[in-house]
Design a protein around this ligand. Structure first.
Ligand code: PGA
Length: 251
């Protein structure tokens, strides 16, 4: 199976001109990485322009955030699901820890996931604890996030949701969690979805995010029991991102 790599640009780079440059480099890098399915999640301000200027088929696009009310309305500063779709996005990141830190709740994640499925967009639901204790109570925390996210998903659509496990403590640096710990968490996540939604839960795609880079990507894909990765800062660095794609391709 092809590795799914979703580059979360967050709100970088600073101008549309630079965004175009990063995207041009990304397009070039993906040409030789045939074993990768690439999704780019640029800032919403650049999304439509990048999509409109792209003639290829190798890159899909994600919106980093949408409002849970699908049709939009009086939500100053937000983006609606219909607008994300109209711009050409096919994936939407939901419940990223940076959005949760700004108040996005499990209840909102739940509404968004269901609305995205109904709109035929792919939700990429981010889950993950902010710190770990030896007692393992982070499992309970992740279980709550997962159960909420899947609660309104029709059973025959469970497989349309992608889960991105992103432990908050591993985001934004150079050290990812260990593939062995990811493997353990992947088993737990699958079991949790299956308990809540039935057997199809066992085949939900799980990806890992949190300091993914050109040096740790391959080990995570090989040993972490994940089908993909969600790199943040490295995805907006053309040289490092090209190196990451090359490493995954060569593995
Ligand atoms: P990072 O970000 O790769 O910079 O750690 C990942 C994310 O926040 O999605």
């Amino acid at each position: 199976m092809k590795a799914l790599i979703i580059g979360n640009w967050k709100i970088y780079p600073k101008s549309a001109k630079e965004a175009k440059k990063v995207f041009d480099a990304t397009k070039k890098a993906i040409e030789s990485a045939k074993s990768v399915t690439l999704v780019v999640a640029p800032p919403t301000m650049y999304l439509r322009e990048l999509i409109a200027g792209y003639r290829g088929k190798k890159v899909s696009f994600a919106c980093q955030h949408v409002q849970s009310d699908p049709e939009g309305g009086a939500y100053t500063g937000d983006v609606s699901i219909v607008q994300a779709k109209d711009a050409g996005a096919s994936y939407v990141i939901v419940g990223h820890s940076e959005r949760r830190a700004q108040g996005e709740t499990n209840a909102e994640v739940q509404k968004k996931v269901a609305a995205l499925i109904a709109a035929r967009l792919t939700p990429v639901v981010c889950v993950g604890e902010s710190s770990r204790t030896t007692e393992g109570d982070y499992f309970g925390f992740v279980r709550e996030q997962i159960r909420a996210a899947f609660a309104l998903v029709p059973r025959d659509k469970v497989n349309k949701v992608i889960v991105a496990y992103e432990p908050v403590w591993a985001i934004g640096g150079e050290t990812a969690m260990s593939p062995r710990d990811m493997h353990e968490m992947a088993i737990f996540i699958r079991k949790t979805i299956a308990e809540a939604c039935g057997i199809d839960g066992l085949s939900v795609k799980i990806i890992y995010g949190g300091s993914v880079n050109e040096n740790n990507a391959v080990a995570m894909l090989k040993e972490g029991d994940v089908v993909g990765l969600l790199p943040g800062h490295v995805s907006v660095d053309p040289v490092r991102f090209a190196a990451l794609l090359k490493a995954v391709q060569a593995a």
